[in-house]
Design a binder for this molecule. Sequence first.
Ligand code: SF4
Length: 391
Amino acid sequence: MAGLYLHIPFCKRRCIYCDFYSTTCIDRHAEYTKALCREIALRKDFLKTNTLSTIYIGGGTPSLLPIEDLTFIFEEIKRHFRISPSAEITLEMNPDDVSVSKVKDIRLHTPVNRVSMGVQSFDDEELRFLQRRHTSDAAIKAVEVLKSFGLTNISIDLIYGLPGQTLAGWEKNIQKALKLDVPHLSAYALIYEENTKLWTLRDEGVVQETPEQTSLDMFNSLIDHVEKAGFVHYEISNFAKPNFESKHNSSYWDEVPYLGCGPSAHSYNGECRQWNIADLDTYIKTINELHHGITPAQPLFESEHMSIPTRYNDRVVTSIRTAKGLDICVLEQDFGADLATYCLRMAEPYLQQGLLEKTTPSDQKPKGVLKLTRKGIFLSDGIMSDLMWVD
Ligand code: SF4
């Protein structure tokens, strides 16, 4: 099993909270698509298998690419890899880009079988504040269009804790999301990232952060409502109807190797982690030099060897965040008794405070599994960082 992530670094305009790498130079899409395909060819052997179980085209805004570019990309993928018949193939789409003709083309010319949509809110004022380019109605219509073409495996993203947002306002968003009857939801608390417009607005006192208790109430309300509607809370921010968990995300958490192509994309193959330069110009130039056998002025990516402590830290972060939790016996088998003992020692205060729980040992899990409790989920960042090994 292996995954392929392709980053499409174009956005019509930048949303105020976003720190993903993207540019508004959409007119460079054809040149970029060619470079991206060259990277797929150059780096295909990074994965030690040629069968892909997931493909995820994210960004940026992949739905800005014309169908010719998407077709070209899939042809290149098929030249180098076998796509498993059960592969999950996701395309991120902005609700504004979902038109009958676009979806028809996607169905006719690509193997995409899942769509992830950044809806963020169903309140037009909130959408304007975030500088999203769609309206609530456009998001609702987009889901209808996707479904009418048989693309029913849809995930929508929501953001809570917007400045001035009330619990009642957030709950309206949840209700509208549930009404769409999609099988997957992701919900994130608004984060103030450095170098974003949102960060500046807060610094200038134009907006205030939502009080922590309100954010906590919103998160709890979300869990209550969506679980009642039949969703499984399978990861801190992710909820799915049974069998609709994102295979792509689950692969990251299960340490399945993946190749990431495009500026800022990350890759992992069990031995090392690599991350590409986050700049369109340098990326295209570097790929073209490599393609022509020229030593590039700058390396395409930086990389980090996965030492045992690094892999242990990754395991802690990726397992604790999921409903499956961190299996202590497997941890000991993979990283030794010392790190397993260290993990349990660091977990002890959180177990006492009811922020973590350990399942009763069983034949299958003889040392139990560490999991976040409902109370602990909201404080997961601090808990995970305390369980990590620091030299
Ligand atoms: S949130 Fe999405 S659409 Fe908005 S700037 Fe970031 S990548 Fe682009």
